[in-house]
Design a binder for this molecule. Structure first.
Ligand code: PLP
Length: 421
């Protein structure tokens, strides 16, 4: 390998740990091993296909030759459709000029950072969380990290954020949250909004404000009595300071279709457009036109979501119940009741135990390897989401889960746990 020096960013950036782990497991599966691979925050299209109506519209859109460059802010048809979709489904008022389209959530998050955060600016985020650490690194911001606790469902609280709010430039919240499958309550979100509003009231004319990056990529996927709240509904004054990340990737199992949107103050949105016009990370023209039509199909969307959500919920609950049953049998495992998204937070606390062959599981990494090799269970440790390396908590994703396999998976886990002393 060449030893040529590259940019500081290239030399120091860590690729996604989750993708790395997922690739390693896929290789083992290809080599013939049976693994319950719950590592990827994606859907198996055989289990969770995209909506049939959307698929048809995309095909038609290519047949209609929608294949030229889209407008840098996204095609107007789609921004109008997103505007009405947000109004109808979430009660939010955003005009097309306050909406930016891109090829999914990632380029939008990167662009929000680029539009708001300067080198050295304070960015506040909780851990475990999805990729905030990497975006702060890519923009040279100052990491203000909050260690979230199980008693708060691994969500940041107002007290956590308060410690860092003075002079902060960006607060990152994600609800429903990847990796935990939990949500911010109305009360906690309102308190954090009040804190941001109070901080901004102290800033002088011309001084940069504190913004909120509000990632609601999974907001349609809530279960039972869980309700999704957004900053604008709980505190309308937050509209001036909030930039949303949203799109079809998770709501319609459409991760590979690549259509996302941000809503926010026109000034921020227009700067995001300028930055994105150089990145060229637009959603493909044909998909934009197709999604623009699909978002008006209220009945089809409702029917799709009903079926899709019930299938995810069954998986989350069955696995959750299985973990609680194992806990009740005396095994040192646990789980947080699932509220939303496609994730279950599980705890596998085996450090210090001895395997049949006499090896001591000395670290959480040893535990991860043990459950992979003995239970054939692949899950992502919270350390991959910025959590402590000795955290016994994991993300279990059900996007690729075949529900009929759950009992066998739990049996295999029980037998692996039973072999330890
Ligand atoms: C919370 C959250 N936001 C944003 C994204 C990015 O989504 P996309 O696939 O549209 O880039 C993901 C993807 O996993 C996510 O989990």
């Amino acid at each position: 390998m060449s030893t040529a020096k590259l940019s500081h960013l290239a030399e120091t950036l860590i690729g996604s740990e989750i993708v790395k782990l997922g690739n390693m497991i896929s290789e083992r599966i290809r080599a013939g091993e049976k693994i319950y691979n719950f590592t990827i925050g994606d859907f198996d299209p055989k289990v969770f296909p995209i909506p049939a109506e959307l698929e048809k519209l995309i095909i038609e859109s290519y047949q209609q030759r929608n294949t030229s460059y889209p407008a840098a802010e996204g095609v107007l048809d789609l921004r109008k459709a997103v505007s009405q979709f947000l109004k109808e489904w979430e009660g939010l008022d955003y005009a097309p000029n306050e909406i930016q389209i891109a090829s999914g959530g990632r380029p939008l998050i990167y662009t929000i950072f680029k539009a708001i955060v300067d080198k050295g600016d304070k960015v506040v985020y909780g851990v475990p969380s999805w990729n905030n650490n990497h975006y702060v690194h890519m923009t040279d911001g100052e990491h203000c990290v909050v260690e979230c606790k199980v008693e708060n469902h691994f969500m940041p609280t107002v007290d956590d954020v308060r410690e860092h709010i003075k002079g902060a430039t960006l607060i990152c919240l994600c609800t429903p949250q990847n990796p935990t499958g939990t949500t911010l309550t109305k009360h906690d979100l309102s308190e954090i909004c009040d804190l941001i509003l109070a901080e901004n009231a102290t800033r002088k004319e011309g001084e940069k404000k504190c913004y909120l990056l509000f990632d609601q990529m999974y907001w349609t996927l809530t279960y039972g009595s869980t309700v999704h709240y957004n900053p604008i509904t709980v505190r309308p004054a937050m509209k001036e300071f909030t930039v949303f990340v949203d799109g079809i990737s998770k709501a319609f199992a459409s991760t590979g279709v690549r259509v996302g949107w941000s809503m926010g103050p026109e000034l921020v949105i227009s700067k995001m457009k300028a930055i994105l016009s150089h990145l060229g990370a637009w959603a493909p023209m044909a998909e934009q036109k197709a999604v623009a039509k699909y978002l008006y199909e209220k009945d089809a969307i409702a029917a799709y979501l009903t079926q899709f959500k019930s299938e995810i919920e069954i998986r989350l609950h069955n696995i959750y119940d299985g973990f609680i049953a194992l806990k009740e049998k005396g095994f040192t495992v646990d789980a947080v009741a699932p509220q939303a998204a496609i994730y279950l937070t599980i705890n596998i606390d085996l450090v210090g135990k001895t395997t049949e062959s006499g090896t001591i599981l000395a670290s959480q990494q040893d535990v991860t390897s043990y459950i992979l090799s003995e239970a054939k269970l692949a899950v992502v440790p919270f350390s991959a989401f910025g959590g402590a390396s000795n955290s016994p908590w994991y993300r279990l994703s059900v996007g690729t889960c075949i529900k009929e396999e759950i009992p066998a998976m739990l049996d295999q886990l029980e037998s692996a746990l039973g072999k330890l002393k």
